[in-house]
Design a protein around this ligand. Structure first.
Ligand code: FA5
Length: 339
């Protein structure tokens, strides 16, 4: 019987020594130490043996059990350390290797310049106003001193909507909304999208961006207007630019001016962007017409104002040397990824 125990023990130790993983070892533990294992059966039957055999048999069975437990323990440690060293060979990462930059989007160059302009004007105490893109005739034309039969309406080719409203042709409509809402003195800018039913070319789009500026206070003069325009252009271009001011007609300002910038694409030599004249019309402006102040509920004898309407698209073109406005909305990533 004792030889039988020893043979079983040898058999168990050999199987344990050959086990390759934790699952196999668990199976062997159940097989050799579980309730139905041969050693457990022997230990259970000891009570039925003659008394003189019980001690040696129990001792032999317990020793065999302890040897099997120790072998299982040792093999478990060996198997798991072998597994970890294998993992270290196959599943490692170099934490010092440079990461891979995920492709990420960025702001459109027109949005970037809009934010810059907003910051510049906030620094000069201007508020930022928003107005609706679908406007009514009153705010887009009539209140801006452009009556129904006025030829100035022809300058804006308008997208009319079936309900009689229109897509705003300029951000000047927001001037009127500001005057209706605010009590002077006030100053603000209104950046946004505008729409004109126009044939497109290198410098004309049918959807483009403007920023309107309006300041209403006592004793406002052309000198205030020029001062703010200079701050704006030096803040945007961060270099010397040549500008010229010439008379310009807009029914909502008097006097009205056109501020042109010497073309930064061709340096004034003449190109398709400046239509070969060397100057790009950038910034119409002027002192707010008394009629407009009146229609906005402001007394022109007490308050004066200046206003301007800057086209963003052309500004971005000048800044980055872009020779065709149509790139902005073409959705071509090869263009957009350059910013
Ligand atoms: C106006 O829209 C006036 N509301 C501006 C104004 C405001 C004058 C306040 C006086 C006082 P104009 O139509 O010239 O003006 O347009 C203003 C600017 O928008 C232009 O100088 C130009 O930079 C830009 N712009 C005009 N039409 C287009 C177009 N089709 N595509 C791209 N930019 C344009």
């Amino acid at each position: 019987m004792i030889e039988q125990i020893s043979a079983r023990q040898d058999e168990a130790l050999q199987a344990i020594g050959n086990a390759g993983d934790a699952t196999a070892l668990e199976g062997l533990r159940v097989q050799w130490l579980g309730r139905k294992s041969p050693l457990t059966q022997i230990l259970r039957g000891i009570g039925e043996l003659p008394p003189e055999q019980r001690g040696p048999m129990g001792q032999a069975a317990n020793l065999a059990k302890a040897a099997i437990e120790a072998a299982l323990e040792a093999r478990t440690v060996a198997v798991s350390s072998a597994r970890y060293s294998q993992l270290a060979d196959t599943e490692w990462i170099d934490v010092t290797a440079p990461g891979q930059k995920p492709a990420e989007g960025h702001l459109h160059p027109i949005t970037t310049i809009q934010y810059e302009i907003e910051d510049l004007f906030r620094g000069m105490g201007f508020s930022i106003w928003r107005g609706p893109q679908v406007e009514d005739e009153f705010h887009n034309f009539t209140a801006l001193n452009i009556p129904a039969d006025h030829p100035a309406r022809d300058m804006h080719d308008t997208f009319w909507l079936k309900d009689g409203n229109l897509l705003r042709t300029h951000t000047s409509a927001v001037q009127i909304r500001a005057m209706e809402r605010l009590t002077p003195p006030f100053r603000g800018i209104a950046p946004g999208r505008v729409f004109r039913h126009e044939a497109t070319d290198a410098s004309h789009e049918n959807t483009f961006y403007q920023v309107e500026g309006l300041m209403v206070d006592r004793h406002i003069s052309v000198a205030d207007l020029i001062g703010v325009m200079k701050q704006l252009l030096s803040g945007i271009f961060k270099r010397d630019v040549t500008v010229r001011l010439r008379p310009g007609f807009f029914p909502f300002v008097e006097p009205g001016f056109e501020l042109d910038i010497r073309c930064l694409i061709c340096g004034g030599e003449g190109c398709s962007v400046c239509k070969q004249v060397g100057w790009v019309e950038l910034l119409p402006c002027g002192l707010v017409h008394p009629n407009v102040l009146r229609l906005g509920g402001i007394d022109p004898d007490e308050w004066q104002g200046f206003a301007f309407g800057l086209g963003f698209d052309r500004l971005v073109m000048m800044r980055y040397g872009i020779h065709d406005i149509r790139y902005f909305q073409a959705g071509d990533l090869r263009f957009l990824e350059q910013f």
